[in-house]
Design a binder for this molecule. Sequence first.
Ligand code: ADP
Ligand code: MG
Length: 784
Amino acid sequence: MLGRYAELKAQLPQGTILFYQVGTFFETFEEDAKTISRELSIRLTGREASGEGRVPLAGVPGHALQEHVAVLLRKGHSVAVAEQRPHPTKPKQFTREISRILTPGTVIEDNILSAGQANYLAAINVRDETAGVAIVEASTGEFTGTEVPEAHLSTELERWSPRELVVPERTAAEDLPKVRAAISPAPRWTFEPSAGEKALMRHFGVSSLKGFGLDGKLALVGAAGALIQYLASMRGGSPPEQVVNFRPYVPGSGMVLDSATRRNLGLDELIQTIDRTRTPIGQRALRRWLERPLLEADRVNQRLEAVDSLTGDYMLREEAREHLSCIPDIERIATRIVRLSVSPNDLISLRGALEALGPLKESLASAAQTSSLVERALAAMEEPPGVRELIAAAISEEEGEIIRAGYSRELDEAREFRDGAYNWLTRFETQERLKTGLKTLKVGYRDGEGYFIEVAGKETSSVPPRYEHRKALKHNARYVTVELKEHESRMLTARDEVERLERRILAEVRAAVKDAAPQLQKIARAVAVVDVIASFAAAAIELRYCRPAVMEERGIKIIAGRHPVVEHNTGTPFVPNDAHVSGDLRLQVITGPNMAGKSVYLRQVALIALLAQTGSYVPAEEATLGVVDRIFTRVGAEDRLASGESTFMVEMTEAASILNSATERSLVILDEVGRGTSTYDGMSLAWAIAEYLHDDVQALTLFATHYHELTRLAEILPGSRNHKATVEEIGGEIVFLHRIEEGAESSSYGVHVARLAGLPRQVTDRAGEILSRLESEGVKDFAG
Ligand code: ADP
Ligand code: MG
């Protein structure tokens, strides 16, 4: 048996975990067994194999396979399943073939994917220092890509956070981009532009790629072609039919939020707070929008205008959202439609969705008059003709049947015959009871046994000889008769016939709706837009957000801004703060003791900018924002001790990437950077970084620091201002006011706290002396 296992394992890409069916179990061996026992907390056992000693083994029962596979995929593993089939010639023997290969980026099963998140699969191809990046979302058919200079490859991938990355086989580890994704090598030739061109032309059924905007983009053609070929190879060679179009994107479109920034800003928590979407499609789109804010003020304003069209009228908005609630995940249903694997339930919910479109459009008609974005979305919601009617006529909503009665004459007749056969059984039972006089006689059925006559033990001596004994149980016995057996076979045939016809008709319906898939994808995109806009509008009202003024001119001015997440989590009322950064006031140094509110303030400025450029209202009384090209946030190592990443190296690598990529249009948030090393090192680095950002990059920068010395920068740099997070001493206790004000915090502050805490006077006085000496001497060197 292990021989066959090894054969199958050799056919798989390296690292793929093979589940091998043995009876009702799916077993893994050797390295795979160790991996799954670790990842799934399953007991590792072993079995003796001839000549190989004891082989590690770990398995899962068949009914739990799906669940375990889902976990492995989420953890970035690829999985293959070899099912056992009866051997074609040798009775009682089995053969095993690989029936499925599942990888983190190619799954389309709903129960494995999370509804609110896109699952991207990427392929990269580098030619002459140009990198082609192709991206596909296998469950929705979204297919896109771009070309960037090789040096920008990692950044470009960051914006997609792919689950899986397809690369040419034998790519050296140091040539791999830095992304957290499962790496899947594919044959090198599939990345050749000529092979890619052929694969894409075949896939789209076209004789030239002209219409796809791929002209002269050899690296991209190679990457996109490799991706299509990879998807096909994962599905036993069948092409990914849900992918019906390729739309290249311009690399500069949409802001890149690197993963450190997404984490530091708490994007997941932000989404949890503001998400008011009503459909899974909208939920995914909301995340996509927030992860890629817009860069052009007029596009932002189009979205804001759309939100505006829905904030005014509560009834109208709620009515629209009510209709949205009836719309299931048509994006993923469309994918199953093209794969001809759409289920009857999918079809029923699709019908519901199509029925909801009309009322949805009606409820939004007045919003469409003031918002061109809403207007375009409504225009795109064009119902594919005939689909709804076909589903209504053909698909049954009754338990236990697929096709509705009255749709097919042939099926209705087969059902009638089958049901007649059931009635026959009841008649047969009554007749036999009469004929034999057996009071306890019953007709029953069991899988594997078929139909039988059951008689209680006390009456078994009176059964007629034409009853053939089959089985004796504790309290009764089972018999069959020739007549019953004959009927049984007629009945099974009738049942099979009904099933066969139902399957055939379902296949016909599937084929008939297949052409509607591109239209459904278009509807899905439009529904997503409307859903996100309505969600922004609902959140704006519920959370008391204001419409920001977004423009091209540089600068940020926020009146009474709040942190969208923290404002709901503080025990005391949240204290709003203003913020003002511009070309002339581009470096803000914020000092103040621990817990005074520095970090919250920094993040709220960044989050307000992010929300505004996504087209959302913002938590403030007033906000004016010039679009920023990127938001960078870095948090000093010590503030991250909890996440276990507290190395100074990480901190400096991240700082380097900011200094190298930020521009004067960027918003840079630095929180205690320079903390991960000794005081003087850290202070000097912080100083130099701030200076460089002010003088050379000229980015809009907020820098929170406990290095009080940095407040001297305001004296020497014209665009630098000091701010402090204020505290008050009330009755011998320190009270954090959480108010950010202009000015520098008194440097003796720490010493002051120590005194309040009860440190001997002698110690705090001495500390004060040392401090003032360090300050006057140490800092002079820096400033000079
Ligand atoms: P720092 O960075 O100065 O050490 P934080 O910004 O982390 O301080 O804030 C510490 C805590 O103070 C926060 O967890 C929050 O509970 C509270 N806080 C911060 N800012 C505000 C505010 N504006 N209003 C109310 N509470 C706040
Ligand atoms: Mg802090």
